[in-house]
Design a protein around this ligand. Structure first.
Ligand SMILES: Nc1ncnc2c1ncn2[C@@H]1O[C@H](COP(=O)(O)OP(=O)(O)OP(=O)(O)O)[C@@H](O)[C@H]1O
Length: 624
């Protein structure tokens, strides 16, 4: 009984990566939509998070109220010190009011201390939650698809992003809160001194804030694309680094450059656009922060003529210069950078995992942990396949799930009689499952009874090689469509290439060349298998199934043949009779009757006792 956990997969990504690079070429129009989408995804989680931390929020608000009081006292104290004290000739009163304003500053310091303590109660749980989520996502992907699992780089990028989220959220809470409570204190103070001050200060301040808010969405969209491009660039550079030797060896520098350069150009474009938006923001900051000061100074003669005292004017200026201007400054900086960054990072964590968890396996099903792909992407797939030879017989395969990816090289190993040939026969459509589905290239493996000719999707090579009386060339090309007369030369070149790739030159020469007649009875079993393997190599079928088709070859000839077949475009499934053959595959499916396991050669010894034994024996033999 065998089962692989089935899990649709949409690519790594990393999630994480994941989707990296998708945004690199996206137009500006899509950015706002993505932004709204991001907010829609992040907002509910954000609300849930905050709902669970009402007491931390209340503590923050309480400390922040002290900040409002500090702001209020700052401007009000200056106004009263002038009007009731120094300008009225009462120095002691003036000093007393200044002392009150200074006490307010002390109060502000105390408030800040409390705010920082309360801040930790908010942002540390956020960071912890994000780290947990990052690790869970990485593990889910690794369990679902060990081969394509995010690497250490992707996981470290995610954890780095949790730090970004923590820092950004702390900065945001700090500045937004400070702006709100400072503004409350300053507006209350101006209203207490002379409400007309508000009429002069508020319009430029609101205009600046409005312009700033208008830049948020487009700038966030550019930042998101910049982050995506940055990740795509990092991924591609990483890939390139890993394969640099091969790239140079194959002269692939130009194509590698073609893959990297567009991303660099995109990143440069995005950096320029970000700079443009940043300039507009500076303008907004100037309008909101500096224009109220200019307006107050310009209106001073009129204000003084209409009963506003010098002290009130100085108090108003104190509110604007000492409180509002720094608060706006920090708010805009924080919202503009940390806010957008936080949204983008949080959205990554809140995105639905690209690999939904597999459905719970049926109770009787064997558990095979291993990768899986959506049907459309699979070269071959078994879904809950049960097969028995005859009614009442014990099933050879029971509830087996397996996904073979396009281009993959999968080895199947297990003891004699366990069901390896049965599995290949099912994939070849020669047997029908009693339950479940067998798919090849997304369609039923077993063709309709009226289908004629060989199935073009796959070629099965059994242990007994098929060699017939005919020329060597005919034996090599009998699985290929008949070439057009005009294609004869290229067909001949393909045959010679196959002969070279599989190392058959000596054999073909011995047989008398490609046009010599083959007498099957005079060939050894190994030679027959070599000819059959070359025929499979030349076959256009995207899926090759080798059922111990190399068992009569010596290990070196087998290695050469398998490497050639694996390098051929298409998918290769090999029933392996040697561990060396399994070690060459991308993944190995171990059938052991009680538990089937699928994984890489490197990881399987830890997961399958049978495979561990096989590898142990193999090592002893090769060491010996
Ligand atoms: N035509 C058949 N009728 C009845 N039982 C069969 C038939 N073919 C195979 N079996 C049985 O099914 C089980 C699985 O056989 P299968 O040939 O798939 O195993 P295998 O792992 O390929 O073995 P080996 O490595 O020896 O080739 C074995 O017990 C075998 O005896």
């Amino acid at each position: 009984m065998t089962r692989t956990g089935t899990r649709p997969e949409t690519g790594t990504g990393t999630a994480t990566g994941t989707g990296a690079g998708a945004g690199a070429g996206a137009g500006a129009g899509t950015g706002a939509g993505t932004e709204t989408e991001a907010r829609r995804r992040v907002a509910p989680e954000g609300r849930r998070f905050l709902r669970g931390r009402k007491s931390a929020l209340a503590r923050l608000a309480a400390w922040s109220l002290l900040e409002s009081a500090h702001t209020f006292l700052g401007g009000y104290g200056v106004a009263r010190a002038l009007d009731d004290g120094f300008l009225a000739g009462r120095t002691a009163t003036g000093l007393a009011w200044l002392a009150a304003a200074a006490a307010g500053a002390l109060l502000g310091g105390l408030a800040l201390r409390g705010v920082f303590a309360g801040l930790a109660d908010l942002v540390e749980p956020l960071r912890d939650g994000l780290v947990r989520r990052a690790v869970r996502q990485a593990l889910d992907r690794a369990v679902g698809d060990p081969v394509r699992a995010p690497g250490a780089g992707a996981v470290s990028r995610l954890t780095q992003q949790t730090e970004m989220a923590r820092d950004s959220s702390a900065g945001l809470v700090l500045t937004v809160r400070s702006f709100v409570f400072t503004a409350v204190g300053a507006f209350a103070g101006m209203a207490a001194l002379a409400p007309v001050l508000l009429l002069i200060v508020l319009p430029p301040l609101l205009l600046g804030v409005a312009v700033f808010l208008a830049t948020l969405r487009p700038m966030a969209a550019v930042q998101r694309r910049s982050l995506d491009t940055d990740e795509a660039l990092a991924d591609r550079l990483g890939e390139l680094g890993e394969g640099l030797r091969d790239v140079v060896a194959c002269g692939g520098q130009a194509s590698a450059q073609d893959r990297i350069e567009p991303l660099i150009a995109a990143q440069e474009r995005l950096a320029r656009r970000l700079a443009g938006w940043a300039a507009l923001r500076t303008l907004a900051l100037g309008t909101a922060g500096r224009l109220p000061v200019v307006a107050l100074l310009a209106a001073a003669p009129w204000l003084l003529a209409h009963g506003v005292t010098a002290g009130t004017l100085a108090g108003g200026l104190t509110y604007v210069v000492q409180a509002l201007l720094p608060a706006i400054d920090s708010l805009m900086t924080a919202l503009g950078s940390a806010g957008t960054r936080l949204l983008v990072v949080l959205e990554r964590f809140c995105a639905a995992p690209p690999h939904p968890l597999p459905a719970a396996p049926a109770a009787k099903a064997q558990q095979v942990t291993g990768p899986a792909r959506p049907p459309a992407a699979a070269a071959a797939e078994l879904r809950g396949v049960t097969f028995a030879y005859g009614r009442g017989a014990a099933p050879v395969l029971d509830a087996l799930d397996l996904v073979v990816r396009p281009g993959e090289h999968l080895a199947v190993v297990g003891p004699s009689g366990i069901g390896k040939s049965t599995l290949t026969a099912l994939l070849a459509g020669m047997l029908a499952p009693d339950a479940g589905t067998v798919l090849v290239a997304g369609a039923a493996a077993r063709r309709a009874p009226d289908a004629s000719g060989p199935d073009p999707r796959r070629t099965l090579l059994p242990q007994q090689a098929y060699v017939f009386t005919g020329t060597v060339r005919e034996n090599l090309t009998h699985l290929c469509p008949t070439p057009d007369p005009g294609d004869a030369r290229s067909a001949d070149a393909r045959v010679r290439h196959a002969v070279g790739a599989l190392g058959l030159d000596g054999l073909v020469e011995r047989l008398g060349g490609l046009d010599a007649e083959v007498r099957p009875g005079l060939l050894s079993r190994g030679e027959s298998q070599q000819l059959a393997l070359a025929a499979a190599y030349l076959s256009p079928a995207p899926l090759l199934l080798l059922d111990e088709a190399t068992c009569h070859l010596d290990p070196r000839t087998e290695e050469r043949a398998e490497r050639a077949l694996a390098a051929r475009p298409g998918t290769l499934v090999v029933v392996a009779h040697r561990v060396s053959s399994a070690a060459r595959a991308d993944r190995v499916l171990v059938l052991d009757g009680t538990r089937a396991v699928c994984g890489t050669h490197a990881e399987l010894p830890a997961r399958s006792p049978l495979y561990r034994d096989l590898v142990g024996k193999w090592n002893e033999t090769t060491d010996g």
